[in-house]
Ligand binder design. Structure first.
Ligand code: GDD
Length: 382
């Protein structure tokens, strides 16, 4: 792994949420590095995974892959003493999802509680927990012209309702398992991760993928209009998936024990994000603004002082470059699913499990034979 070449390639590694966007990329990256004992676990049936990799033990579906269930956590980690766990499993999505599914988001506490308990009991060496910028105090995020969030800004606590409270609680659990039981837990606060092989429609998609999709749909239909949630002046930073993977592994291998920001510090307004997608597409669109849509905080950016100090690195993929790759992938998916020249109606915000029920059609070795649905594609990488 990055930053730790001494780690044996046969170290047992469990990626919880391996059927998801980040988990799927992480498994691919671990395989590329030559790790030979990887388990990938996800509640989704295999045909709904974003990426499926050979050479890995894939545990899929509700019966064995539902990590809200303690027995499943114990089974997933059995025999992995001294190994690594990457806890990426969660019921989540962009603002359209988390604002409408607060109870469901809070139920991830079962997954986090049972995974960390099983990790402690199994004698896992390193436990990575994926927290979120949603833990930060809402009062610090009321202006589009933001002061970037530093790690201390999580307290006094007033996180995002539902989703953010659960993340903050689970961060604390990592801390106390470390203090009381010596579990080497590592916590990163992700800032809006994007890239290929993520959700691009169906209600769980985040702004980068949603904007790419809307621009592609406008281009294909010839109807050069776009609807943007909010007034477009809200601000964010977006982290490309490759930076996320590097950060996860660097932190997990390190001795740094406090929660740390893992995000880009390239701040843009949503209007600027739309302009980037328009530039990639080579078109200009008439913009309309849906002011009553889910908006989240007014402004958010990652203060990277700490990560630069600790790791002499920070996520640095330019948004324009990451968006180019993301746009191209979504365009392929869109064309595979809808063909060219079609008009597609905007999806409604997702509620409950409906957004996770999409059934992507299989494809192999990165070449999509059939159209994907619900913003998921499957690739057998190995
Ligand atoms: N999703 C989406 N779709 N957002 C849109 C759209 C659209 O079509 N148009 C404009 N936006 C605006 C949203 O209203 C919001 O103000 C902003 O783009 C960013 O939306 P998201 O990308 O959905 O979410 P977020 O940045 O508020 O929060 C996400 O990132 C957090 C970490 O930083 C969520 O995914 C959280 O779950 C995550 O913790």
């Amino acid at each position: 792994m990055i930053g730790n070449t001494r780690l044996s390639k046969s170290t047992p590694i469990v990626v919880a949420g391996g059927g998801g966007f980040i988990g799927g990329h992480l498994v691919a990256d671990l395989l590329r590095q030559g790790y030979t004992s990887i388990r990938s676990v996800d509640i989704k049936p295999l045909d709904e995974w974003y990426q499926v990799h050979r050479g890995v033990k894939n545990i899929a579906g509700e019966e064995k892959g539902d990590l809200k269930n303690l027995d499943n956590c114990r089974r997933a980690l059995k025999g992995c003493k001294g190994g690594y766990v990457f806890q990426l499993a969660a019921d989540m999505g962009g603002m359209g999802f988390i604002e409408n599914n607060k109870a469901l988001c809070m139920l991830s506490v079962l997954t986090n509680t049972h995974m960390i308990l099983a990790a402690k009991d199994e004698g896992i060496d390193r436990f990575f927990y994926s927290s979120s910028a949603c833990v930060y105090n809402a009062d610090k995020q009321t202006n589009a012209d933001v002061t970037a969030l530093k790690e201390a800004d999580a307290y006094p606590a007033m996180p995002e309702d539902g989703y953010g409270w659960e993340k903050l609680f689970s961060e604390r659990m990592c801390r106390h398992f470390r203090e009381d039981y010596g579990l080497k837990a590592r916590v990163a606060r992700f800032h809006n991760v994007y890239g290929p092989f993520g959700t691009w429609e169906g209600g769980r998609e985040k702004a980068p993928a949603a904007i790419c999709r809307k621009v592609i749909a406008a281009k294909q239909s010839g109807k050069h209009q776009i609807e943007i949630w909010g007034d477009g002046e809200q601000t964010r930073s977006f982290m490309y998936i490759s930076d996320c993977l590097r950060g996860i592994q660097t932190l997990t291998n390190s001795d740094f024990i406090e929660p740390i920001n893992l995000g880009s510090s390239e701040l843009v307004s949503i209007n600027q994000l739309v302009s980037i997608a328009e530039n990639i597409a080579g078109i200009r669109l008439d913009r309309s603004y849906k002011l009553d849509a889910p908006k989240g905080v007014r402004g958010r950016n990652s203060d990277n002082t700490l990560i630069r100090k600790v790791f002499a690195w920070e996520p640095d993929t330019r948004l324009r470059d990451g968006m180019q790759k993301t746009y191209e992938w979504i365009e392929q998916e869109w064309l595979a699913k809808y063909g060219s020249g079609k008009t597609v109606s905007a999806p409604k915000p997702a509620r409950s499990k409906t957004a996770s029920k999409g059934k992507p059609k299989p494809s192999t070795n990165g070449k999509h034979k059939k159209p994907a649905s619900k913003g998921r594609a499957k690739v057998k990488a190995r």
